[in-house]
Design a protein around this ligand. Structure first.
Ligand code: ADP
Length: 478
């Protein structure tokens, strides 16, 4: 079974979000299972800088985009294939600058998507399954069903399309249709039209043999008006092809047992080192009350992450005697609000505005509670890392958070975190008070921390589900 992963980003080459982790881990694990795999992505400047030794594979491809034909050169590294076209990809960022998206993103990702198919052919890698990710490669399943329908080379190829975040759909003016090279009859509500606009993501939904998203709960939520971003009706028509497969995390990078970035290592069996990590975090944040529990937020400062809730609950959280750490960057308004809080409550609120992976390791290891009040969360990695580090998630019961955190119940004394339903400060505070009751009972707290640290979110489990999905499409039932 030949698998081609088409993705706009992948670890360790270029990353802006969780998609890169998924694509990179999937390629690595499939290779480990000796399944022939090629991960195809653009040769961005970032990749060029990181991979001085990428091998020129000696093949070029020619891709029509609108009225022009562009040439791409293929480079390789391990199972990855990079499509080089400097005019499109030799840029400082992947998708755009802080001023906005690159104006030719439609051309760039049409070139990439058709380029993936031409690259497979040029490299004589006949894919049994093409697994495309997010809007940037969403047209591939539709190309297979239209422009390439009578192409012998892809006759037996099945397609899987994964939605990592429905909030990003690749919307362009309707007049851009000729850029795609697709026949005009796909520009209708059953195809890639979306209220007069061109919607790349719809191409993946319409064309793929199987559609997945990154948690079972999110797969259900996107069928509802609240979380469907206008595509709930369209998705509902393909509900039988839709499933959710939860992401994993890389325990080689995120495990306090061997993490070189924290002051002392620890494990579920021997948790003593967590105390040293907490002490280091308290020092770093200059917290004045070392006996108080530390609650932390690490993430993008965007509305999706529930920042409104956090900012409005901060005062009440302080009244409960918490220390609060924020690490994040993003929307100017949230950056400002968080800086203001830290300034007003130095000694109990600490904020670092920026992206700082090193510091995030100390926060995960040194905190007691990890805050994720997300409005929606397709999967979420933060809570999985926090669980492994014994920082108990205080999170909204949505998407991947609902699927990866077991809500603590006082009656059973079991759980791995504290979940709340309503997206409000009031609801968050309710869950926090439960958490603080448990925190006050060291024995009970230790039991919940142990259960959290033992929860397994390794990639192996998720990849097995993808392999089963591929096998199902190819008629290989196990
Ligand atoms: P999303 O992909 O929606 O941004 P996830 O929870 O899936 O959210 O993944 C976010 C990842 O990025 C986590 O590993 C988190 O630790 C990391 N991260 C986010 N913001 C920062 C930051 N400012 N500094 C360091 N790491 C961060």
């Amino acid at each position: 079974m030949n698998i081609l992963i088409a993705t706009p980003e992948a670890v360790p080459y270029a990353k802006t979000g969780g998609l890169a982790d998924v694509a990179g881990a999937l390629a690595k694990e499939l290779s480990g299972l000796r399944i022939p795999v090629r991960l195809v992505m653009p040769f961005y400047r970032e990749v060029m800088d990181k991979l001085k030794g990428a091998e020129d594979l000696g093949r070029s491809i020619h891709v029509p985009v609108g009225g022009k034909t562009y040439t791409g050169r293929l480079y390789g590294h391990e199972s990855a294939v990079f499509i080089r076209c400097d005019g499109f990809f030799d840029r400082p960022e992947l998708y755009g600058t802080p001023e906005g998206d690159y104006p030719d993103n439609a051309e760039r990702y049409v070139f990439f998507s058709r380029g993936v198919l031409e690259a497979a052919r040029a490299l004589r890698f006949r894919p049994d399954v093409i697994h495309a990710h997010d809007w940037q490669s969403a047209l591939i399943p539709l190309y297979i069903k239209t422009l390439y329908r009578n192409d012998e080379y892809f006759k037996a190829t099945k397609t899987v399309f994964t939605i990592h975040n429905l909030g990003y759909q690749g919307l362009f003016p309707g007049e851009s249709l000729p850029v795609t090279g697709l026949p005009p009859d796909v520009f209708n509500p059953e195809g890639i039209e979306f209220y007069g606009m061109l919607n790349f993501l719809k191409g993946g939904i319409a064309g793929a043999d199987a559609i997945t998203t990154v948690s079972p709960t999110y797969a259900k939520e996107i069928l509802t008006p609240g979380q469907g971003f206008g595509l709930e009706g369209f998705l509902a028509k393909r509900a039988r092809a839709l499933s959710g497969i939860i992401n994993g995390i890389d325990y080689a990078l995120w495990d306090p047992v061997r993490d070189p970035h924290i002051p002392e290592n620890y494990s579920a069996k021997d948790p003593a080192g967590k105390n040293a990590c907490k002490k280091a975090l308290l020092r770093r944040c200059s917290f004045v009350n070392p006996a108080a529990p530390v609650a932390a937020f690490v993430g993008r400062l965007s509305a999706q992450k529930g920042l409104e809730i956090l900012v409005s609950a901060a005062g009440d959280m302080l009244k409960e005697g918490l220390n609060l750490v924020f690490l994040g960057k993003g929307d100017e308004s949230y950056q400002g609000a968080i800086k203001k809080l830290a300034l007003a409550h130095g000694g109990s609120i600490y904020a670092h505005i920026g992206f700082d992976e090193e510091f995030s390791h100390l926060i995960y290891a040194g905190s007691d509670l990890f805050l994720m009040p997300s409005l929606y969360e397709p999967c979420g990695l933060g809570q999985m890392i926090a669980l492994r580090c014994g920082s108990l998630p205080l999170a909204r019961k949505t998407g991947g958070l609902a699927d990866s955190i077991v809500n603590y119940t006082p009656l059973s004394g079991r759980g791995t975190g504290f979940l709340f339903d309503e997206p409000s400060a009031y609801s968050l505070m309710g869950a926090l008070r439960t958490a603080l009751c448990v925190y006050a009972d060291k024995k009970r707290w230790g039991k919940v921390v142990g259960a959290a640290m033992r929860a397994d979110f390794s990639w192996r489990k998720s990849v097995k589900k993808y392999v089963e999905l591929y096998g199902g499409l190819l008629g290989e039932f196990k």
